[in-house]
Design a protein around this ligand. Structure first.
Ligand code: CP
Length: 311
């Protein structure tokens, strides 16, 4: 693997499988009494978050701590960013304190790529604008493989606000690398220009694709990134693109329902479906820790054995 993880496109099939296999090893640590490995002792991981996060920030923090790294959690709120300090100066300041890896979430698409040019350590993209969220795609693939036994050949339907979704972009890239067959379902207003060049099919009719889907991944409608009305009303969106109980009943017996969170219950997905037996939403969060442990380990500590003993 390269020194950074900036895009799902950076991952070859072999890289992606290495992360997923390493994450399986990391998941074994969960079953131990002492859920900690000495692998990154003496290394420092900075979580540099300029946008809000619940799942990604806390799971990167937990992942780094489980590998015995020192962790600095930086939030733009309450920092010298409010005094006009730039991303570059913020990053160089944190690197001067010994950061070996910077995990960055930023509203600017491309912020992690720039950061990787400025610092000597590893950079992990934890979500940049509407661009990418590669560790979300890895944990989604890990969850599919655990539930369904494989990723290759799966029919994965990704539904909703594709236009603003970094999760959709990273998933389309990674899933196509791993041999899945991806269909995007969205209103025409919520599909990006150039989507026909993505390695995915496009449909406007959710009911037409549900029965043949192995995985249905619902996306969050990103109102904070919408400067205009992209659909008539929440009710109309839910009627055409929401996964309600009736629609979920069209899925085959083994099909699973995913959502990266945070979800808008009742609009994107019915509560009964989100909490039902097909749902992997809680597993996705749990798997995120194992996958992020694998990513940090492979970027920072790859030469030493992942599982050697307790810290
Ligand atoms: N899925 C995801 O990125 O969630 P958070 O915004 O809570 O990190």
């Amino acid at each position: 693997m390269s020194r950074h993880l900036l895009s799902a496109a950076d991952l070859t099939r072999e890289d992606a499988l290495l992360v997923l296999d390493t994450a399986e090893e990391m998941a074994l640590v969960e079953e131990r009494t002492v859920k900690k490995l000495p692998t990154l002792r003496g290394r420092t991981v900075v979580n540099l978050f300029f946008e809000d996060s619940t799942r990604t920030r806390t799971s990167f923090e937990l992942a780094a701590k489980r590998l015995s790294a020192d962790v600095i959690n930086f939030s733009a709120k309450g920092s010298s960013v409010s005094k006009g300090e730039t991303l570059k100066d913020t990053a160089l300041t944190l690197e001067a304190m010994g950061a070996d890896a910077i995990v960055i979430r930023h509203a600017w698409s491309g912020a992690p790529v720039n950061l990787a040019r400025w610092v000597h350590g590893s950079v992990v993209n934890a979500g940049d604008g509407t661009h990418e969220h590669p560790t979300q795609a890895l944990l989604d693939a890990f969850t599919m493989r655990r539930r369904l036994g494989r990723v290759e050949g799966l029919k994965v339907t990704i539904v909703g606000d594709v236009l603003h979704s970094r999760v959709a972009r990273s998933n389309v890239l990674l899933l196509s690398t791993l041999g899945a067959d991806v269909t995007l379902v969205a209103p025409p207003t919520l599909l990006p220009v150039g989507v026909e060049s993505w390695p995915a099919q496009v449909s406007y009719d959710l009911d037409a694709v549900l029965a043949k889907s192995d995985v249905v991944m619902m996306l969050r409608v990103q109102r904070e990134r919408m400067g205009a009305a992209y659909f008539p009303s929440q009710r109309e969106y839910a009627r055409r693109y929401g996964l309600d109980v009736r629609r979920a009943s069209a899925l085959h017996d083994d099909a699973v329902v995913m959502h990266p969170g945070p979800m808008v219950r009742g609009m994107e997905i019915a509560p009964e479906v989100a909490d039902g037996v097909r749902s992997t939403i809680v597993e996705q969060v749990r798997n995120g820790v194992s996958v992020r442990m694998a990513v940090l380990y492979l970027l920072l500590g790859g030469a030493s054995p992942a599982i050697g003993g307790d810290a």
